[in-house]
Design a protein around this ligand. Sequence first.
Ligand code: HPA
Length: 273
Amino acid sequence: MPGFEQVQETVKAIRERCALTPQLALVLGSGLGGLADVVEDSVKLSYSDLSHFPVTTAQSHKGRLVMGFLSGKPVVMMQGRLHYYEGYSMAQVVFPIRVMQALGASTLLVTNAAGGLEPSFKAGDLMLISDHINLFGTNPLLGKNDERFGPRFPDMSDAYDKHLQKLALSTAKNLDIDLKQGVYVGTAGPTFETSAERRFMRVIGGSSVGMSTVPEVIAANHLGMSVLGFSAITNVATGEADQPEDDPDEVVRVAGQIGERLERLVRGVIQAL
Ligand code: HPA
């Protein structure tokens, strides 16, 4: 299981290839990876070249850390996220978050593709994540706690930083981007939810649902990072009779359509940081 020593070793290996101290870490969701292409003065490091970084053969070509500048700020970005449903352990899923924090990043910005539980949401909407509900049935911090990462019982009452949320809302307004707000429900996947599960998720307060983000955000809070998150609503997921069938290709297609708007918003927020 990759722990503190492995994080330190990986950080050392990265520092030998890039001296940048990132202020911000970004994790980009499915179909939302376009930002990686506009990082300036970038250094790209394949996960497969970084000791201890989780890789599979499928991930090995596209999975990389991109370091450089976005809107003038030093950043580190994961191009290719690790999903729990792929079979990684929770410790592996959050390993890159710990590495990016150890490189210097004190803020984490996450994006994801998600289904819209909230009946007023449409495919193509953009949602600011105000909070999350963990339905993974597990937690990346289970097991012996390493105090060098953070406390045994981390506070999660401000899991998505309120000041960053305000900044995102005002930036969206300035850019004339419609930004919904709501609670993200995270599940392990890889099945899409049943209609009964989706109606349950609405009842418990969910607005969007997806198969990522929650592990990374828990690890980031454990590390004391400030978190900001956005859901790209790619499909209607109300669990009602008129809900269309789920199609993963459609999810990626709609995420691609939202991508440009989300990129503008993210760049605006980074500029305002
Ligand atoms: N459910 C879970 N994950 C998703 C969805 C969904 O409806 N859409 C995109 N990712």
